[in-house]
Structures are given as structure tokens and as C-alpha cells.
Design a protein around this ligand. Structure first.
Ligand code: AP5
Length: 213
């Protein structure tokens, strides 16, 4: 099974992906995490992607599609949660084509619908573990020991693109590029809207209810 989590920055895609890979046999393809790893490793891809990410812009489609192709080649036969990909109609069409070449398809697209006003607070307060990717929030889900991950003891940091001016640009990119992608999936009848403003447990339940139909 292949599912897509689509939604604005901070709508909870990463949080839910972690829940689903823990409880079900999914693997997560987070294009944001792959790009951040490339930046940390100082690869050519990382160098190219950094300027776009720091500015809150989307990394060009051809780069993103190549990353996803490589990931799918290395993970044939596994059930994938696509977290943060596709974000443009062109990426969505490429994904369909790449999956079709492996006789696969997208089964459901979950759109995390949420009021943008909530997102600024979620993102400015978010902290993430640089080692295992665990996601925290300074108010709603703080790590027990400041700056240290409860799960693996790694460093917990504030993402460099979680500053208010960059968040504003990321939200604009979402509206302009991902908005049409959502409409594209609506027209294919794959889209399931869920309320992303509820608690993580209730968001999880909404997705689980659809997957176990
Ligand atoms: P990426 O890393 O994918 O960032 P994003 O899509 O902006 O999403 P976020 O990771 O910010 O949010 P999320 O929805 O996962 O929320 P989370 O669960 O962490 O992309 C970063 C950049 O990479 C892009 O800007 C772009 O430059 C580039 N990029 C990536 N993919 C690309 C692509 N396909 N094409 C082109 N460029 C691409 O939750 C956020 C906070 O809220 C946390 O603190 C969490 O604890 C809290 N929270 C979560 N759920 C709840 C809840 N239900 N109730 C209360 N709090 C909650």
C-alpha cells in the first residue's frame, strides 16, 4: 500500500508518519528529511538544496523526482508513506508514472486540513532530534531534558527554516504549489480530508479508520 500525507508546514505529517511506521509495516519517505541529511553530509545535492530550503522555496521538481526514484528503487515491495512529496502537480504526475513502472499506484492521499494561524505556533515551538528525527514542541511535547532527545539521547534543535519569515514563505509556497496538487488528487478521487487541528491521537484515528475500511 502507498499513501501520501499532504498538508501545510506544521500540519502534523511527520508526527503521524512516525506513529504509522511504529504501529504498521510502512516505511516513510520524507523528502525534507532526505534533503536535510544531504545538507549535513555536505553532498552536492545538499549544497544545491540548501539555498532553496533556507529561503522557504521548493527545491526544483527534477531534483526531487530523482531522489524519489532512487528511494523507490532501493525499497521495492515496501508500503510507503510519502511525507511531503508530491508538492506540485508535476511531482504528482511523475510519481504516478514512476509507480506505474513498478505496477504500483497511490492508494490514498490524506490531506491534513488546518487553520494557518495554528501553524506558526506549532512551527516556532517545534524542536527535532538531529539523530533519530523525533519531533518535540516546547509547550505541548517538550523533551524531558532540554536539548536532549528522550528516545536516543541525540541533540534536539530548532530547525533553521522554522523562523517566522521563512515560515511565511513556506506557507505561500504551500498555497501556490501544493494547493493545485490537492485539487489534482481530489479530481482523481484519492483524496481524503482529515482535520489536522485535533490532537495527534485523534488525527491518527481519522487516518486509521480509513485504512481499515
Ligand atoms: P519538510 O521537512 O517536508 O517540511 P514541511 O512540509 O514544511 O513540513 P514540516 O516538517 O514543517 O511539518 P509537518 O507537517 O511534518 O509537522 P510536524 O509533524 O513536524 O520540507 C522542508 C523543505 O524541504 C521545504 O520547505 C522545501 O524547501 C524542501 N522540500 C521538501 N520536500 C519537497 C518537495 N517535495 N518538493 C520541493 N521541495 C521540497 O509537526 C509540527 C509541530 O506541531 C511539532 O512540534 C509537533 O509536535 C506539533 N504537532 C504535530 N501534530 C500535532 C497535533 N495534532 N496537535 C498539536 N501539535 C501537533
Amino acid at each position: 500500500m502507498n499513501i501520501v500525507f499532504i498538508g501545510a508546514p506544521g500540519s502534523g505529517k511527520g508526527t503521524q508518519s512516525r506513529e504509522f511506521i511504529e504501529k504498521y509495516k510502512f516505511i516513510q519517505l520524507s523528502t525534507g528529511d532526505l534533503l536535510r541529511s544531504a545538507i549535513s553530509a555536505g553532498t552536492e545535492l545538499g549544497k544545491e538544496a540548501k539555498a532553496f530550503m533556507d529561503a522557504g522555496k521548493l527545491v526544483p521538481d527534477d531534483i526531487m523526482v530523482n531522489i524519489v526514484k532512487g528511494f523507490l528503487r532501493d525499497n521495492r515491495g515496501k508500503s510507503v508513506i510519502f511525507d511531503g512529496f508530491p508538492r506540485t502537480v508535476s511531482q504528482a504526475k511523475s510519481l504516478q508514472q514512476v509507480l506505474a513502472e513498478q505496477e504500483l499506484a497511490i492508494d490514498r492521499v490524506f490531506y491534513f486540513k488546518i487553520n494557518p494561524q495554528i501553524l506558526i505556533k506549532r512551527l516556532t515551538g517545534r524542536r527535532v532530534c538531529t539523530n533519530c528525527g523525533e519531533i518535540y514542541h516546547i509547550e505541548t511535547k517538550p523533551s524531558k531534558k532540554e536539548l536532549t532527545c528522550d528516545v536516543c539521547g541525540g541533540s534536539v534543535v530548532h530547525r533553521s527554516d522554522d523562523k517566522e519569515d521563512v515560515i511565511t514563505e513556506r506557507l505561500a509556497q504551500f498555497e501556490n504549489n501544493t494547493g493545485p496538487t490537492i485539487e489534482y488528487y481530489r479530481s482523481t478521487n484519492l483524496l481524503v480530508e482529515i482535520d489536522g487541528s485535533l490532537t495527534p491521537e485523534l488525527v491518527f484515528k481519522q487516518i486509521q479508520n480509513v485504512l481499515t475500511l
